[in-house]
Ligand binder design. Structure first.
Ligand SMILES: Cc1cc2nc3c(=O)[nH]c(=O)nc-3n(C[C@H](O)[C@H](O)[C@H](O)COP(=O)(O)OP(=O)(O)OC[C@H]3O[C@@H](n4cnc5c(N)ncnc54)[C@H](O)[C@@H]3O)c2cc1C
Length: 395
């Protein structure tokens, strides 16, 4: 006979402490249906750890700039819901929480259309493409947000703790390990549900081993440029749901740092930055945002018309080369991260597993690719609704 207490008395477990695991934990702890239950998080990486390519949330840019195709109503709903939650937080708390509200300019080469979702943002405008700093075919602007991941993740962890959540550090090799003594000693009773928020970890975690999950390598450069307070992106070629074409971005953060990117290299596990890629990113970033050049390098000589020796030398080297050199002076670090991509997109659904003879619900919430920050709250709310057996909106 089973000695496990009834489901409603058993704890709930979240695997993963990236933006997906932490937002899911907050919504779960806030829900009246979790009253009286313990909520535990288990993860390898935590918000205060150093940056790690396998901890995508720590490396991300991160801006709210949806990739949702016009017909992808599910993604549009997650992204817009998340925008509203983050916008309200920024409005109430200001930049201390790691969010920055800003004007975002999005440019396209090879397309004269923008994604419809941008029209739902405040201050949406179609701009004249000829006014762009580089040759583009279409340009729009609207109000959006950027995140400083370290600040926001630390704030989320604090919220989880203040709501009574318990956070542990451990690596889970297999779902079956969760019913063994080392793990049972963390939560005493076998959990009623496991929320699987492990990002790229879903490809190797036994019991899931989802072979449709793969890394999309992204390399970025962090520069110190507090004079930049607006965001810019340029998409060349088809966006293909966020996975296609070449994308260049300038993402200012509330800390005065700016993230310049990027690359999308599917199934590339190289965690080290490549110098030639970094230089290409700086060149592309200057194309779409010439103001990145540090103010001192842009200042004209005092004597109009008179060229210093250095300026004459710079002219010889080529103006662009000189601008990249000036930008290199404010580089803080080069970073690489793996977006947790998945063929078919995010997996957000209920399943189950038998552990030590008991049925345990699995709520999958992983595989967000390059859109985990901007869809986090929307996905977290759906994950909790699925656990609670509520119907999601019919789309
Ligand atoms: C360069 C770059 C730029 C990006 N820019 C943006 C952007 O501008 N906007 C945006 O929305 N998104 C962006 N993203 C994507 C975004 O970062 C991810 O979609 C998001 O962080 C995924 O969050 P996650 O919590 O699912 O995964 P992660 O942040 O990777 O967290 C996974 C968690 O699971 C834990 N875990 C995994 N396996 C195990 C295991 N077996 N046992 C224990 N713990 C485990 C890890 O330790 C970690 O705590 C970017 C990503 C990159 C790399």
């Amino acid at each position: 006979m089973s000695t496990t207490p009834p489901t409603e008395q058993r704890p709930l477990l979240i695997l993963g402490a990236g933006v997906i695991g932490l937002t899911t934990a907050v919504r779960l702890l806030e829900s009246p249906s979790s009253a009286g239950r313990k909520v535990h998080i288990i993860a390898d990486h935590h918000s205060t750890d150093g940056l790690d390519a396998r901890y995508a949330s720590s490396i991300a840019g991160a801006h709210h700039l949806s990739f949702a195709d016009d017909a992808d109503k599910r993604q549009r709903r997650w992204d817009m819901r998340t925008f509203r939650v983050l916008y309200e937080e920024w409005r109430k708390e200001g930049e201390a929480c790691g969010l920055m509200g800003l004007t975002q300019t999005e440019m396209w080469v090879g397309s004269s259309k923008h994604l419809q979702i941008y029209e739902e943002h405040p201050d949406f405008k179609v701009l004249e493409a000829r006014d762009a700093p580089c040759k583009v075919d279409h340009m729009v602007s609207f109000t959006s947000l950027t995140v400083t991941p370290s600040l926001y993740l630390t704030g989320l962890e604090a919220r989880v703790r203040s709501l009574g959540g318990i956070i542990h550090r451990a690596h889970v090799g297999s779902l079956h390990d969760l019913a063994t003594l080392p793990f049972l000693s963390l939560y005493s009773i076998l959990p009623a549900a496991v929320f699987v928020c492990v990002g790229l970890g879903a490809s190797s975690l036994l019991g899931i081993a989802d072979q449709s999950v793969y890394p999309t390598r992204g390399q970025v450069v962090r520069v110190r440029a507090p004079w930049i307070r607006s965001g810019y992106t340029r998409q060349v070629g088809s966006l293909a749901g966020g996975e296609g074409g070449q994308r260049t971005y300038v993402i200012p953060r509330c800390t005065g740092d700016v993230i310049l990117g990027g690359t999308r290299e599917e199934r590339d596990w190289d965690p080290y930055p490549r110098l030639e890629t970094a230089k290409d990113i700086l060149c592309r970033a200057l194309d779409i945002c010439p103001e990145l050049e540090p103010p001192h390098a842009r200042a004209p000589a005092l004597e109009a018309g008179e060229k210093t020796l250095e300026a004459a030398w710079a002219a010889e080297m080529g103006e662009k080369e000189e601008k990249v050199k000036a930008l290199e002076e404010v580089v803080v670090e080069h970073l690489v991260g793996f977006r947790p991509s998945r063929v078919g997109g995010t997996r957000l659904e209920r399943a189950e597993v038998r552990l030590a003879g008991e049925i345990v619900a699995l709520i999958h919430n992983y595989g967000h690719g390059g859109a985990g920050w901007q869809s986090s709250w929307g996905c977290a709310e759906d994950a909790v609704a699925i656990w609670e057996g509520k119907n999601l909106p019919k789309l």
